[in-house]
Design a protein around this ligand. Structure first.
Ligand code: ITT
Length: 216
């Protein structure tokens, strides 16, 4: 059984469409490391989650990136939501005319076993930080296997561009009310509509396809 380790019910609702009954959610609040890339945070989280659960796990680390603020708040999105709140982040972005943004999501999978070689880049700890900081600024996504000295982790990424607007909508969670894509905020979409275009939907679709092969 696959375990989705998260404290965020909103993420679980969105994952159900891709993972259905094959996944159990586990509410385990491990201490996240601070790092300037989602990949590093997610990979570390997957290792901790696997250690705790002892069975295959995924964790999901996501963030909002304001293009003209060098990607702020990015990996610090949770802290900024808790301290400033999304309405003030939205006001700041609009006041500074820095409304071009993207969401990024990284799904990290760990089952304690190594992964077969894949065409995607394979890297280890030291260089990983630099390469992935560059990827954080890009729309393009890279999936990779992290096979350092630690337990290997496989990563799946997704990104979606959008615009910061005044809050609209009641659905979704987190920054969804201020993130507009094609004229609609994520909070105005239901889970299915959001999944069809979202950072998480894209990462989950890639993961779900790969995972079928892993378990076949
Ligand atoms: P877990 O780490 O327990 O999974 P979390 O809510 O802390 O749950 P993240 O660290 O990934 O999740 O989230 C970072 C921040 O980004 C946090 O403020 C979320 O509300 C926000 N966020 C993540 N995904 C989002 C999405 O799809 N839409 C809007 N905001 C999102």
């Amino acid at each position: 059984m696959l375990h989705y380790v998260t404290t965020n019910e909103g993420k679980v609702r969105e994952a159900e469409e891709y993972l259905g009954d094959d996944v159990a959610s586990v509410d385990y609040d491990y201490t996240e490391i601070q790092a300037d890339s989602l990949e590093a945070v997610a990979a570390d989280g997957a290792r901790r989650a696997y250690e705790h659960v002892g069975e295959p796990v995924i964790v999901d680390d996501a963030g909002l990136y304001l293009d003209d603020f060098d990607g702020f708040p990015g990996p610090y999105s949770s802290y900024v939501e808790d301290t400033l709140g999304i309405e003030r982040v939205g006001r700041l972005a609009r006041r500074e005319d820095a409304t071009s943004a993207r969401f990024r999501c990284v799904i990290a999978y760990c089952d304690g076993e190594p992964f077969e070689a894949s065409p995607e880049p394979v890297d280890t700890g030291e260089r990983r930080g630099q390469d992935l900081a560059a990827d954080d600024r890009a729309t393009a996504t890279t999936d990779e296997t992290v096979q350092g000295r630690d337990v290997p982790v496989k990563l799946f990424t997704g990104a979606v561009p959008g615009t910061i607007v005044e809050p609209r909508g009641e659905g979704g969670f987190g920054y969804d009310p201020i993130f507009e894509h094609d004229g609609t905020t994520f909070a105005e979409m239901d889970a299915e509509q959001k999944n069809a275009i979202s950072h998480r939907g894209r990462a989950l679709a890639k993961f779900a396809e790969w995972f079928q092969g892993r378990t076949a």
